[in-house]
Every structure is written in C-alpha cells, then in structure tokens.
Design a protein around this ligand. Structure first.
Ligand code: SAM
Length: 317
C-alpha cells in the first residue's frame, strides 16, 4: 500500500475553543519539549518518501499559533518529491499570515468555519472572530492560496439551520463549501450533535434540485457535487453515514510524535524516540510495517470512534 498522504499536527494549542472539539475541562496541553522539532518532522517526511509520500497537510490545534510555522512550510516545500503542501486553519490568523505562507511555498488552505452568524461563532468558539476569519479568507484567496475550501461541521441544534446559508455563501463567493459529519470522538456528542450528510443533501436538493456529481481535486474522502445549472461546487465528507476506510491511505503524525494510522482507533505508535536516534532506518521500517499491517486489517472493520483516547485538537483534524 502506498502511504501518499500525511497530516502533521504541529501543536495541540488553539486560539479557539470549539465546544465539540476540545472539552472545556481537564485539558492537559503539551509542553514545548514534548513537541516534535521541525528537524524531526522533516526527517520523518524524508523517511516516508520511498513509501510514496507526496502530499503533506499541516494542522493542529491551530497550526498558525506555532512559532516559525512559515519556516516549516519552507522546509517542506524544498523537498522536491512533495507535490502538495496544504494547511488546515480556523482562519483567525490568516489575514496576517497568508502572504508569507504563499511565499514559503504553501499551495492551499482549508478554512474551518461552522457558522456565518457572529453570535453563533462566539457561542461555538468562545471568541468573537467571524469577521476576522472572513477577512482572512479574502486575503488568502487574493494571494493565490486557491482553491480555498471551507470545512463546515454540521451540529444538530447549533448550525444545522444554516445549510442553505452556506450554499449561498459558496455561490456568492465562488468558494467550495464542504459539509462534514460530526464524529463522536471518545463517544462524545453522537446523540447531541450528529447530523447525517444525507439529511443535509436532501435540504439542499429540496431547494436547488438534484445535485450533479462532480470531480474536484483534493486528497481526501470528500464527494463533490455541483448545483444544477451552476458552477458552485459542494463537498460532503461523511465518515459516519458513508465510511471511507477502504480508500484511506492517510497517516497522521501528532504534535508529540505519535503515528496514527486511523482516526477512529486508539492505536498509535511512538515515533519521536525513533526520530531522536541517529541510526533510524531499521526501527523506522519496523514501525511502518506495523502501521501497514494495521491499515490492511482495519480496512475490514467499520469505524467506531468510541475509544480514540485523544480529541481532535490533540490528534490533528
Ligand atoms: N485549528 C485548525 C482548524 O480549525 O481547521 C485545525 C485543527 S481542527 C482540530 C481540524 C478540523 O477538525 C476542524 O475543521 C474541526 O471542525 C474538525 N473537528 C474537530 N472535532 C471534530 C469532530 N468531533 N468531528 C468532526 N470534525 C471535527
């Protein structure tokens, strides 16, 4: 199996506090010395090249709060086998960083945005930041971090009434909006927040007519559609109602150096200690073999998010 796609979390810290992503209590954040250093991340990326690695996505926590993130992007961009470097952000610091990210070699950004209401934004994230995020999106597009995708996690009773607003937002701004199903990480929130994307699709089709299947470039499991008689592209990522384990070639590297072959499982292997040694190759190969074995077997199991241990801000969403 080719492991062509790596998501690297570079911090568990975040400047937002989204109700469904990070519990409000008993959160233990990593200390600086626990984080993988940039050199170790680069070492890992290079060791993965013979395994087929071509695409790297930087995430967190909020990746733009890690000092010198621009330097890391430049370091990855200088590896010629890496064809795609992207970043997932909440957009709060994008206005400030977009140009430097682009100059450093970043190709695209995905911006997580769950509501278009200023009040609701504050309620979900604990911060009155909607206008800042919208400005960040504008600047990112202006400097060429395109196509820019908006990721919207639909939460029952919170933003599920905004589906058509998001369609209009996509249409008015020629943006791709992707609706993401809430995942009950650690068994949390399934009854409270989960809404199936099949419901969201029906709401859209009732208003706009049948969605037309479409292809849109990307690395992940999104299904894309166009609105009838329009160029507006919408995406659906449906890990619960339409699991995509069969096609998953993704690996996650957490900020503290844990390698995670599957988001839905608590299985992870420490790679930090391997990366901190001089002669790494043999041990690294052993770890990769474990990861591949796991991925082959896991493909036959349906996802169950009940035991993942860490939350999204700690895994790297
Ligand atoms: N701070 C960055 C951001 O906001 O995009 C990157 C990290 S954040 C953990 C990545 C994504 O994970 C966000 O789009 C967030 O909405 C999503 N996320 C967090 N918890 C989730 C859950 N339980 N189910 C689905 N998506 C989740």
């Amino acid at each position: 199996m080719k492991l062509d796609y790596l998501r690297v979390s570079i911090t568990d810290r975040c400047n937002l506090n989204c109700i469904y992503c990070r519990p409000r209590e008993n959160v233990k954040l990593l200390q600086r010395e626990e984080l993988l250093r940039f050199e170790e991340i680069i070492k890992f990326v290079k060791l993965m090249l013979p395994r087929g690695l071509e695409k790297v996505r930087i995430t967190g926590g909020e990746p733009l709060v890690r000092k010198d993130v621009i330097k890391l992007i430049g370091m990855i961009a200088s590896i010629k086998q890496i064809k795609s470097i992207t970043l997932t952000t909440n957009g709060v610091m994008l206005e400030r960083f977009a140009l430097d990210l682009k100059k450093a070699g970043l190709h695209r950004v995905n911006v997580s945005l769950d509501t278009l209401s200023r009040e609701k934004f504050k309620m979900i994230t604990g911060y009155d930041g909607l206008l800042r995020v919208l400005r960040g999106i504008k600047v990112a597009r202006k400097v060429g971090l395109e196509p820019l995708k908006i990721n919207t996690v639909v939460l029952r009773g919170i933003n599920d009434t905004e589906t058509l607003d998001f369609v209009n937002f996509a249409k008015d701004n020629s943006l791709v909006v992707r609706f993401i199903e809430y995942m009950p990480i650690n068994g949390r929130g399934m009854n409270r927040w989960y809404v199936s994307n099949q419901v969201i699709k029906k709401i859209i089709e009732k208003k706009w007519g049948m969605l037309q299947p479409d292809f849109f470039p990307g690395n992940g499991p999104a299904e894309y559609f166009k609105l009838k008689n329009s160029d507006t592209v919408l995406g659906f990522i449906s890990p619960i109602s339409k699991p995509f384990c069969q096609n998953c070639s993704k690996l996650r590297l957490s900020a503290d150096g844990k390698l995670k072959p599957c988001l839905a499982s608590n299985y992870e292997i420490d790679i930090k200690n391997v990366l901190r040694k001089d002669n790494t190759e043999n041990e690294f190969n052993k770890v990769i073999k474990l990861v591949l074995d796991f991925k082959e077997k896991r493909r036959k199991i349906s996802p169950d998010f009940n035991t993942s241990g860490r939350f999204m801000f700690q895994i790297g969403g």
